[in-house]
Design a binder for this molecule. Sequence first.
Ligand code: SF4
Length: 393
Amino acid sequence: MSFSQRLELWPEGRIRNLIQQATFEDVTRALTRERLTGEDLAALLSPAASSRLEEMAQAALSQTRRYFGRVIGLYAPIYLSNVCTSDCIYCGYAKRSGSPGLRLTLKPAEIHTECRLLAEYGFQNILLLTGDAPHIAPPRYLVEAVDLAREYFSSVSVEVYALDQEDYRQLVAAGLEGVTLYMETYHRDTYSRVHLCGRKRDYEYRLGAIERAGRAGARRLGIGALLGLYDWQVDGFWTALHARYLQRECWQSAISVSFPRLKVSTPRFTVPHLLTDREFVQLMLATRLFLPEAGINLSTREPADLRNGLIPLGVTMISAGSSTRPGGYSQDRANILEQFATVDNRTPAEVTEAIRRAGYEPVWKDFDKAFHDNVLPIARSPVHGDSACAPHQ
Ligand code: SF4
């Protein structure tokens, strides 16, 4: 069964009913169960759980220590290009965003410079990003960028437009370790309302992309919903469901979930479903308890105080010192278009210090080893389901 078919088993009405009808006892059951069901997840996302965040936090802390120990991985994004032919109304890179700023695509020498600077900071885990413009940054450009980045970093991932399985396979052959691809929203009507044109309008193609990446051999798969586009409880539920599906179907890959949150409206876009900090935390805790063996990533979209507070509660990866401009680490040029403004603008050194103060070890190098020495075998075994998603090639 594809994930698209699986989603049909969990229509919005069913999820909303479960959330609205969840009782104190349902939450208690979810907090004590070893492996949570969809009904348990709905209970943890419900109003009945919102007054029990402290209990959820204790359980999340215990699960995270059990599976990940006391290490927090560090990563940084490198934006390769801000050219985009799609028009997602929430994004600064959208072709009709109206955002001022220079659009450019890094040349190999410029990618080298960005990589060298981040490697000098100590980063070993890098995420390469582009807009959706295959005529400017085609798969062969991505292959070259991955190959080049591997000269500097032990772990290279991409967050780019959705690709065919063969394209992912070529990236993996060049040394790619991970693929991050957010569905943005799983709610079909909202999806078509906010993605006005371009290839990204194809909901089904995007929905299947991360599984294609897993089948092509990517060892890390990251997903997420852009919180604020639709109801956080419903999109949060579907995101967690997707992660569990991938754990079963692509069991050789480590699955992680991110929680990018929209907060700022623009002249052409008002965030329709703003989340409070409390709702944001509830969603993260519920996801941690439903997916104890999944990584949880937190980006610099969130403020330093909130990021510090969330470190013990389920986060496993954190970005630091991020720039969302191509060439942003080496070029002091505020006139280059950025995708969004980062909120936590601490330096990598300040972030690592905060991680240490929280009693955790920041991990720059041998990231994989540090995690996997702590992760129980369950995280990489097919015990949750039937078929393994062994790479087809
Ligand atoms: S979200 Fe991605 S595809 Fe959409 S406009 Fe921004 S860069 Fe382009």
